[in-house]
Design a binder for this molecule. Structure first.
Ligand code: PBG
Length: 329
């Protein structure tokens, strides 16, 4: 009688009840934030070709999606506007309009589905004629301090419309502190800031730029403000600064290719960390499933679980509603 092997790690995996009992990580609908694209009009649904299964919705449709999300247990939505092209200008001034598409969508959701959180993106790219996140100078460089001032106005505009979480995605230096101070000044003490702290200049954002209509407009790239994919230490410095300036939580973006960053941020700072499984990642899963390279539902749930295992409190995912419904089933 051999005692080999004394320890069999397969023992606890040998039945479903036991696998469930030994799971180190749980994934629930509460871990999901659902990004939605808003467009003008009434009863409008515009499918996005590079993001199969995702549409832009007019405000009434956005409210219906908010109801779907709440029913599926999703705690929070992230909104992005597809600004009409005649309102896109050099300085992105439409971002400051209290009646812009974004503000109308926020108000409609908070009116109809007050129990769901609304997260809003702060950056000028859906509003500028050149597709950059800020003001560009004559050489095409995005001016930091002048942009940050406008972003403060954009954030206040969103908070006044009822946004719960302000999420600056522009990567300007110093903007989190300025936004926090302005929110406090206006009495928005419980409006949170989720900083896109470590946001990389990534090739995975293509379908998103189609969705907000900025792809064809964008001149050059965003490498002078978004991070170099080669860098990790710099991500820790970005996170440290944003926390110091008053961020309540931080985001890493894109998602799966940057799970090492999620893990390092979580271990170093012990704060809520979120990740954005971005449009190109969504499109890759859809393409793989369509090509028969993998089972869609299994790919979706496995990737979301990977974010949780890496240390994420939650994930922004275009698959959120589908995934939440799978979990609820
Ligand atoms: C805008 C912004 C982008 C995304 C979120 N906010 C695009 C960009 O920086 O060019 C990308 C999200 C996605 O690809 O799903 N600042």
């Amino acid at each position: 009688m051999s005692s080999y092997p004394a320890l069999r790690l397969r023992r606890t995996r040998s039945a479903g009840w036991s696998r469930r009992m030994h799971a180190e990580t749980v994934l629930t609908p509460a871990n999901l934030i659902w990004p939605l694209f808003v467009t003008e009009g009434d009863a409008v649904e515009e499918p996005i070709a590079s993001l199969p299964g995702v549409s832009r919705w007019s405000v009434d449709g956005i409210v219906a999606r908010a109801r779907d999300a709440a029913a599926a247990g999703i705690p929070c939505l992230a909104l992005f506007p597809n600004t009409p092209s005649d309102l896109r200008t050099e300085d992105g001034g439409e971002a400051l309009n209290p009646d812009n598409l974004m503000c109308r969508a926020i108000r409609a959701i908070k009116d109809a589905v007050p129990e769901i959180g609304v997260l809003t993106d702060v950056a000028l790219d859906p509003y500028t004629a050149h597709g950059h996140d800020g003001l560009v100078d004559g050489s095409g460089y995005v001016r930091n301090d002048e942009t940050a001032e406008i972003l403060v106005g954009q954030a206040l505009n969103q908070a006044r419309a009822g946004a719960d979480v302000i999420a600056p995605s522009d990567m300007m230096d110093g903007r989190v502190g300025l936004i926090r101070a302005a929110l406090e000044d206006e009495g928005f003490v419980n409006v949170q800031i989720m900083a896109y702290a470590a946001k990389y200049a990534s090739a995975f954002y293509g379908p998103f730029r189609d969705a907000v209509g900025s792809r064809g407009l964008l001149k050059g790239d965003k490498k002078t403000y978004q991070m170099d994919p080669a860098n990790a230490e710099e991500a820790l410095r970005e996170v440290a600064l944003d926390l110091d300036e008053g961020a309540d939580s931080v985001m890493v973006k894109p998602g799966l290719p940057y799970l090492d960053i999620v893990r390092r941020v979580k271990e170093r700072f012990e704060v809520p960390v979120f990740a954005y499984q971005v449009s190109g990642e969504y499109a890759m899963i859809e393409a793989a499933a369509a090509a028969g390279a993998g089972d869609r539902d299994a790919l979706v749930l496995e990737t979301l679980m990977a974010f949780r295992r890496a240390g994420c409190s939650g994930v922004l995912s275009y698959h959120a509603l589908h995934a939440a419904r799978l979990m609820g089933a």
